[in-house]
Design a protein around this ligand. Structure first.
Ligand SMILES: Cc1cc2nc3c(=O)[nH]c(=O)nc-3n(C[C@H](O)[C@H](O)[C@H](O)COP(=O)(O)OP(=O)(O)OC[C@H]3O[C@@H](n4cnc5c(N)ncnc54)[C@H](O)[C@@H]3O)c2cc1C
Length: 478
């Protein structure tokens, strides 16, 4: 007899959902080992937006989708470059997962939001954000007798005859019928960012916005049993100047972004996953231009400058600029991370761009603003405000705030970890940000990661419970 039926490593959204689902599928003794002193990981810090299609909330909003609509959109947006099996299963069950979370006490708003560029809104916002999501799941796990051991950072998997049979924390070993890895991403490990997410790595500027437990432990633990790692150089980065540690996922509509050629390359209000991808395609750097009207708007335009965001979240105060305020600009000028000049040509030269290209591009943009129509990138007319009030400011930006890491363990549609031989590693499952291949070349939108963490977490818990029962039934001793 093993010490526990299912052992889950990590207590974020993926781990808690796996543990709950395992109990519901017959596992009697479920233990979560959590490395830090508190439950929740990055999931607790998150905005608590969860993607799902065909939930009761969607139906209540009179949104009706076909079973494979989310999968089809996901696959085409990712240009088919994803692990189709697990993504399809996540997508098909995603509405049911939202209902399941709600039944476990997760307080969703009735109103949905657009997470990216989808036809129908699919992003479900939790009232109280990630904190409320984790509290509800933690409560549900406690009432179902899931044990949680805090301060227990697992450092080794126990393996017998190629099967994972438990885990170890230092000298303490514990055997299990099945083990679920749910240790989150690797944003807190600079070495792993440099190796597995090189386009986000800049030794001078890169920083991580999430939980310090996200060190990529699953990769080391499962690497020792030959697990495959996939999804290199994927994830979500947001733009920053470096040195400020302020995460600005959404830009105000009045910012103009120019690439290294001095040209606009995107609708600046595009969802962050899409903007990230556009920056990647344009040399991985860009420069934000604003004028003085943006810092001190004239009274008659105050509302247009204030209501400058396309996304509105029901659980979030109205978005406000974070880098483009008088105080921050002052601070960045002092750090030589922002630049100012009375004319655009001098400013362009100051930031290393071609003055003719920059001046021409802003003249062109101002004409679009006057006409209320952005013929180059389709930014909505209400966000088009001309840059005509000197002095002008420029802030060189880099995609260096790591939000989500996408490289991780290859899994199948039952969340089984795939080994070097292409076959599942017996006894080993994974869910959440420690998995790989589920984010394609871009991050789909708000709720993408928690949708996967909760959905694949459930699948991992269900299959792990069945595996543990099979192990028990065959009398296999560890
Ligand atoms: C500020 C912020 C906002 C975000 N907002 C959203 C959002 O609104 N919607 C969305 O979809 N995504 C969002 N994301 C991303 C999303 O929150 C994460 O991708 C997701 O929560 C990951 O869940 P997880 O369960 O895989 O990992 P986590 O929630 O990070 O949990 C992993 C846990 O494993 C523990 N652990 C690690 N190693 C070990 C070990 N060896 N032994 C034991 N325990 C270990 C960690 O301490 C941690 O508690 C946001 C991220 C951040 C940082």
């Amino acid at each position: 007899m093993t010490d526990v039926d299912v052992l889950v490593i990590g207590s974020g959204a993926a781990g808690l959902c796996a543990a709950l689902a395992a109990v519901e599928h017959g596992a009697e003794r479920v233990l979560i080992a959590e490395g830090s002193a508190e439950v929740g990981g990055s999931s607790r810090l998150s905005g608590g937006i969860v993607m799902g299609s065909r939930s009761a909330i969607q139906y209540a909003n009179e949104i009706h989708e076909e079973e494979d609509d989310l999968f089809a959109d996901y696959r085409s947006l990712m240009r088919w470059d994803i692990a189709a099996g697990p993504v399809r299963k996540f997508a098909r069950r995603s509405g049911e997962t939202i209902d399941w979370l709600a039944a476990h006490g997760v307080p969703f708003f009735e109103r949905l939001i657009f997470g990216g560029e989808e036809r129908q809104p699919r992003s479900h916002a939790v009232d109280g954000g990630g904190q409320a999501l984790i509290e509800a799941l933690h409560r549900a796990a406690s009432t179902r007798d899931v044990d949680i051991a805090l301060g227990q950072r697992v450092d080794r998997l126990l393996v017998q005859n190629g099967r994972v049979v438990g885990v170890a924390v230092g000298e303490d070993e514990i055997t299990a019928g099945a083990v679920v890895l749910a240790t989150g991403g690797f944003g807190a490990s600079p070495e792993k960012i440099a190796e597995l997410f090189p386009s986000a790595w800049d030794p001078e500027r890169t920083w991580y916005i999430g939980h310090d437990g996200a060190r990529g432990d699953a990769l080391d633990l499962a690497g020792a049993v030959g697990a495959q790692v996939t999804g290199q150089d994927r994830g979500l980065r947001t733009l920053g100047p470096g040195g400020t540690f302020v995460n600005e996922a959404l830009l105000p509509g009045w910012v103009v972004l120019l690439d290294a050629d001095g040209h606009r390359f995107a609708d600046e209000t595009a969802p962050y996953g899409i903007l990230d991808n556009a920056v990647r395609a344009h040399g991985n750097r860009c420069v934000a231009f604003i004028d003085s009207a943006a810092l001190a708007p004239p009274a008659e335009l105050a509302d247009r400058y204030r209501l400058a965001y396309k996304q509105v979240w029901p659980n979030h105060p109205p978005f406000r600029p974070r880098h483009y305020t008088p105080d921050m600009i002052e601070f960045m000028l002092g750090q030589k991370r922002a630049f100012v000049a009375d004319d655009l040509a001098s400013l362009a030269t100051e930031v290393g761009l071609d003055p003719v290209a920059v001046t021409g591009e802003i003249v062109r943009y101002n004409a679009f603003a006057d006409a209320g129509s952005d013929d180059d990138h389709g930014k909505a007319g209400k966000f088009l405000l001309p840059l005509r009030t000197p002095p002008y400011y420029a802030v060189p930006l880099y995609p260096i705030a790591v939000n989500v890491t996408g490289a991780g363990l290859r899994i199948d549609d039952c969340a089984r970890v795939i080994g070097a031989d292409g076959q599942p590693v017996p006894g080993l499952f994974a869910a959440g940000e420690c998995t790989g291949g589920l984010f394609g070349p871009l991050y789909m939108g708000s709720g993408n990661s928690l949708g996967l963490a909760t959905g694949i977490g459930r699948i991992a818990g269900e299959t792990a419970a069945l595996e543990a029962r099979a192990v028990e039934a065959t009398g296999e001793r560890h």
